[in-house]
Design a binder for this molecule. Structure first.
Ligand SMILES: [Mg+2]
Length: 252
């Protein structure tokens, strides 16, 4: 059964009837790797193995920035560095090989595949709230999400709004796609100032700010709190075990 949050404004009337606050709906767009979960390197290993299977040892991800990137762009960069001719002709085969290798690598080291601190209770709580809609904005291939989520017990249906790495040319465009999908799904627009991107890399911060959205950055990936502050995040937290900073952003 699919469980969806339905968007509805939250009305808070004061007892005296003197003041009234109407709080808008908030759309929360979560990144996946380094934000919701860690795969213990299964993603990168799976991609590298797939690349070597398809193109030989010349394929490597060693000199590329993977975190915060879009899977199809990582493929494009890696094949360019490897000198692959007509990489678009091989993309489907690479992706299918990667998805198989990803699953195999996740199964190999289940102890290293886990949700990050606080994520489980946070999602449980947010799913019960009427003033937020949950979404995903991630660089993963669409088909990689059910595989990664199954490995940590997350249900993709908990996130009715999503935009994946193979659905737009860059990360800021993924945020725009998610906002458009909110509109299409619920029949009402959401202002970009009511969208909060939650991610672990400077790319997450950039894609939020490029669209006038707020960003909560979480230092559970490769970047430190200092890095994320320097990259301009609106709020930076060590992890989401304490959800209060996010709740404060939702209440703004
Ligand atoms: Mg990430």
């Amino acid at each position: 059964m699919l469980l969806f949050n339905s968007p509805q404004a939250s009305y808070d009337f004061s007892l005296a009837g003197v003041s009234r606050t109407i709080r808008a709906m908030k759309l929360l767009l979560f990144d996946v790797d380094g934000t919701l979960l860690l795969t213990g390197g299964a993603g990168v290993r799976g991609m590298e193995t797939a690349g070597v299977r398809c193109f030989g040892e010349r394929f490597t991800l060693k000199n590329l920035t993977i975190a915060g990137g879009l899977d199809p762009l990582i493929y494009k960069e890696a094949t360019a560095l490897a000198g692959v001719d007509d990489p678009h002709l091989h993309h489907d085969r690479f992706r299918e090989t990667y998805l198989r290798e990803l699953k195999a690598n996740l199964d190999l080291n289940p102890d290293k595949v886990h949700l990050l601190p606080g994520i489980e209770p946070l999602l449980r709580d947010l799913r019960g709230r009427a003033d937020v809609v949950l979404g995903l904005v991630t660089g993963n291939y669409t088909a990689a999400i059910p595989i990664k989520f199954a490995a940590v017990g997350l249900d993709p249906a908990w996130f009715p709004i999503h935009a994946f790495g193979d659905e737009a040319p860059d990360r800021p465009a993924l945020v725009r796609l998610a906002v458009d999908r909110y509109h299409a799904r619920y029949g009402q627009a959401i202002g970009n100032h009511d969208v909060i991107v939650i991610g672990d890399t400077p790319n997450d911060i950039h894609c939020a700010h490029a669209n006038g959205c707020a960003c909560l950055a979480v230092a559970t990936g490769l970047y430190s709190m200092e890095d994320l502050r320097a990259a301009g995040a609106d709020v930076v937290v060590h992890d989401l075990a304490d959800p209060q900073p996010l709740y404060d952003m939702i209440a703004r």
